[in-house]
Design a protein around this ligand. Structure first.
Ligand code: COS
Length: 378
């Protein structure tokens, strides 16, 4: 067993940390306040090729794999959960095309979403198909050389900014989830519009929208993989995406711990720094221990995925554990900061709000318990 990061991975962590400090941290409070998608940060992430992590260089990517993705996403999340979410969710589109796309689809789309500055999105959820993703009702009816899409997707992160969306729609509604297919829809296609822009509790900068398809025609070449294989494609993509959310949760927790250590060393009460108060130091022990556990489970899931091993259960465990850790740690970090933690002058209340979504999106904690228990009991 070797728990060491390579020199290249340590270098990447340093680059990501500096990027987070210089480019992400200065606008984190502003994008939280305004809900603005930080397009300039996305462009800078393209310049430094964070958007290409996990895609081979021959397709315009930066190479690397899931471990590298966890490193970058967690470093970004220390300073801004929304920016980490933007990157993590954006890479799912490339992951789907890379694994299931045709040669033409890879040549066309991968360079654009890795190094070309285009945003990618993943649209599975519908108003009546959240945890029960297989209940999706959006249809894609083949008509000549085109699929005609009708339906509404909701809670789609980055959907309003995306140039390309992987949409999951029924090509054979009589077959239920076995009739679902994955189809690429490009921004600007007639019949494809952005609906409601959600107002959320946290990760305000990662715009979350409704996507509406009204007789939206796309060439049949936009089918990804085979007809009827959409649900499997979505589930495999979500296994990877869950490692991304675990990385986001890990980073938020690590950021909150760093803030707490800084605060406890400088804040004086009862004539002593807070580090002299045993009750608070025990909070720090609990926070650090849970973070360490979340960290290694997340890297273990990433390792299994990048070495081609089954990882559904471990991705679910990593996400369940890291998201609960993020909520636990941000709660105690806010508590350590007392009244200041509740004020917007400090980043704690934002971290606390940003942490909550990690227990919900890309599968709720309850869904992960279902996935884990099914696997353990089988
Ligand atoms: N990888 C590959 N295939 C998978 C899979 C995975 N991780 N999970 C399920 N499948 C396959 C199953 O093998 C089954 O295929 P076969 O019938 O060919 O064997 C098929 O998918 C149906 O699986 P299952 O019977 O488990 O479906 P259920 O509806 O019972 O449950 C859950 C699926 C609940 C796990 C799924 O709906 C889910 O993950 N829901 C959460 C959705 C989510 O995370 N949404 C986030 C937002 S994305 S925008």
């Amino acid at each position: 067993m070797d728990f060491k990061f390579s020199d290249g991975q340590e270098m990447l962590r340093k680059v990501a940390r500096e990027f987070a400090e210089n480019e992400v941290s200065p606008i984190a409070a502003e994008i939280d306040k305004t809900g603005r998608f930080p397009r300039e940060t996305f462009d800078k992430m393209t310049e430094v090729m964070f958007t290409g992590i996990g895609t081979p260089e021959e397709y315009g990517g930066a190479g690397g794999s899931d471990t590298e993705k966890v490193i970058v996403v967690s470093e970004l999340a220390k300073k801004c959960g929304a920016t980490a979410a933007i990157l993590s969710i954006h890479t799912i589109f490339a992951q789907v095309i890379q694994k299931y796309g045709t040669g033409e689809q890879k040549q066309k789309y991968l360079p654009r979403v890795t190094s070309g500055g285009c945003v990618g999105a993943f649209a599975l959820t519908e108003p009546n198909a959240g945890s029960d993703a297989g209940a999706a009702k959006t249809t894609a009816t083949l008509d000549g050389d085109e699929y005609v899409l009708n339906g509404t997707k909701c809670f789609i992160s980055g959907g309003g900014q995306a140039q390309y969306v992987a949409v999951f729609a029924l090509t054979d509604p009589s077959k239920g989830l076995k009739g679902l297919s994955c189809i690429i829809v490009e921004k600007g296609t007639p019949g494809f519009t952005i609906g409601k822009i959600e107002e959320k509790m946290g990760i305000h900068g990662s715009e979350t929208v409704e996507l509406i398809f009204d007789n939206c025609r796309v060439p049949k070449e936009n089918l990804v993989g085979k007809e009827g294989k959409g649900f499997n494609i979505a589930m495999v993509a979500l296994d990877g995406a869950r490692i991304g959310v675990a990385a986001q949760a890990l980073g938020i927790a690590e950021g909150a711990l760093e803030e707490s250590v800084k605060y406890m060393n400088t804040r004086v009460q009862f004539g002593k720094p807070l580090t002299a108060l045993q009750g608070l130091t025990w909070y720090i022990s609990d926070m650090a221990t849970k973070i360490e556990s979340a960290k290694w489970l997340t890297y273990y899931a990433a390792y299994l995925k990048e070495t081609g091993q089954p990882h559904t259960k471990e991705a679910a465990m990593a996400k369940l554990n890291a998201s609960e850790t993020a909520r636990f740690v941000t709660n105690l970090a806010l508590q350590i900061h007392g009244g200041y933690g509740y004020m917007k002058d400090y980043p704690l209340e934002r971290m606390y709000r940003d942490a909550k979504i990690t227990e919900i999106y890309e599968g709720t904690s309850e869904i992960h318990k279902l996935v884990i228990s099914r696997s353990v009991l089988s």
